[in-house]
Ligand binder design. Structure first.
Ligand code: ZN
Length: 296
């Protein structure tokens, strides 16, 4: 079964709900970055959240989630778009195993104290940036807090990743529930009760719970309609021009030094590990163009 995401609205127009199965997508990220289980769980949770958030923007628009903390993982960056494509990386993919008291991968302590920055690149509009302090480091709660605090939309986000004994991803996914402005107190109570019944999201997905089943559980007692369904996948849209921009940011001195030593400059994409090689002529030209831009 391919990974996919569904978006629904209750017929009383009080709740918006999304659910995603991202098992294969997170496994793809694990293979690319060769992450240890704890890093896989952290990255996979943010990626699942990114896919959910990325589905709330319009076609052609992108959402990026960046988490910086004082824990050993240091940084997680995830970018997702409305088409269901996501890519991401962690600064430290080799985190040693650490479990919580309840024997779960300790994502919160891997991330530590820090902040979550959400950036939305709109089509033809100024980008939007929202920033919140991490309140738990467990990702789901932090994303809920972000929506409620920064976007003033009361939301509940659940994300989970289950790593298998052989370190591959056994199950990954998530949900995003948002209260729309017309939501009544009765709806809120019923919803909170439903959300409270979800114990372990990754276990549910492992047991074969589909995004539809998940919405049935979360929206129990409500009529709802599925508005959209789409496949999701790990996809990096990097290209030579973009990577050239990254190369230039290394600075003229460092580039010249590398040229002298190696006769070329090699840049690896952070997201997909693709290698891009630039020869002396290309590097010199890029330096010249960037100097011109700075003067102009
Ligand atoms: Zn790439």
């Amino acid at each position: 079964m391919e990974d996919y995401l569904i978006r629904a609205i209750t017929t009383n127009k009080e709740i918006r709900a999304l659910a995603v199965n991202s098992t294969k997508t997170v496994e793809e990220a694990r293979k690319i970055h060769n992450t240890t289980p704890l890093a896989t769980a952290a990255l996979g949770r943010v990626m699942s959240g990114g896919l959910l958030m990325g589905s709330l923007v319009k076609s052609g628009e992108e959402t990026s989630l960046s988490i910086r903390g004082d824990g050993p993982i240091k940084k997680i960056l995830v970018e997702a778009n409305q088409k269901g494509e996501v890519r991401g990386y962690v600064a430290n993919p080799k985190l040693p195993l650490k479990l919580t008291k309840s024997k779960k991968l300790d994502v919160a302590s891997a991330i530590g104290k820090g902040e979550l920055v959400v950036r939305k690149n709109y089509f033809m509009k100024e980008p939007y940036e929202g920033k919140v302090k991490l309140i738990s480091g467990e990702i789901g709660d932090d994303l809920s807090y972000y929506f409620t605090k920064s976007e003033q939309t009361p939301s509940s986000v659940g994300v989970g990743v289950l790593v298998d004994k052989d370190k591959s991803v056994k199950a990954a996914g998530g949900f995003l529930i948002q209260l729309l402005p017309e939501a009544s107190d009765e709806t809120i109570d019923k919803l909170e009760n439903n959300i409270g019944k979800i114990n372990s999201l990754s276990r549910l997905i492992e047991e074969g719970t589909t995004p539809e089943d998940l919405l049935d559980l979360l929206l129990e007692g409500f009529d709802y309609r599925i508005m959209a369904e789409k496949n999701v996948e790990y996809k990096c849209g990097c290209n030579r021009e973009q990577v050239k921009g990254v190369m230039i940011s290394l600075g003229e001195d460092e580039l010249r030094e590398t040229l002298e030593e190696e006769g070329k400059v090699e840049i690896k994409c952070h997201f997909c590990k693709s290698k891009y090689e630039f020869n002396e002529k290309e590097v010199e030209e890029a330096i010249k163009n960037s100097n011109k831009k700075q003067e102009g």
